[in-house]
Design a protein around this ligand. Structure first.
Ligand code: AMP
Length: 186
């Protein structure tokens, strides 16, 4: 978890590879659908371009189906999900049904002003449809309102692993694996 631009996607791929589990990114799944102009893609394109959240029912169904794929049987890393309280509850339900649990919730921390700069630079480099000044501001607001409060839930559950998100990709990645390796096995 972490605010837009903190490096969730990049770190998720590295950490998942390190532990030999798939990185499941709802943002990547939605973007692939938009690119391929699937019915789902056509439904979510506008929502994503304006930086709002895709409705919970759609997102929850995608994650539920993805977690049922064979490659997720021995573990997974979710990137960008859950993002709302309803998604936390939906995930709890899916995991309870499967007899699985969450080992850890990684929270990447960085200052908002720094992240806005980072996102504006990414906009120039990658040209993501949702990386422009107006949308970035909206995404930060949505994050602060809907997602940031979820961190407290996972902290209360004793699952939160907070990591400083500032630094090179390798530095932050190392911090995460060190913190996870120091976390008691569940
Ligand atoms: P991301 O790549 O994680 O920043 O996600 C890009 C966009 O996909 C978000 O701004 C949302 O529009 C949508 N999205 C990704 N994950 C979720 C989620 N868990 N709930 C709702 N919308 C999501």
């Amino acid at each position: 978890m972490g605010p837009p631009g903190v490096g969730k996607g990049t770190q998720a791929k590295g950490i998942a590879e390190h532990y030999g589990v798939p990185a499941i990114s709802t943002g990547d799944i939605f973007r692939a659908n938009v690119r391929n102009q699937t019915p789902l893609g056509l439904e979510v394109a506008r929502i994503m371009a304006e930086g709002s959240y895709v409705p919970d029912e759609i997102t929850d169904a995608i994650v539920r189906d993805r977690l049922a794929e064979p490659d997720a049987a021995a573990g997974w890393l979710l990137d960008g999900y859950p993002r709302t309280l309803a998604q936390v509850e939906a995930l709890d339900g899916v995991l309870a049904g499967a007899g699985h649990g969450i080992d850890a919730v990684i929270s990447l921390v960085a200052e908002e002003a720094h992240l806005i700069d980072r996102l504006l630079k990414r906009a120039e480099l990658e040209g993501r449809a949702d990386d422009n000044a107006e949308t970035i501001k909206h995404r930060m607001e949505v994050y602060n309102e809907a997602t940031d409060p979820l961190i407290a839930i996972y902290r209360e559950r004793g699952l939160l692993v907070e990591v400083d998100g500032l630094g090179t990709v390798d530095e932050v990645g190392q911090r995460i694996t060190e913190a996870l390796d120091a976390t008691p096995a569940r």
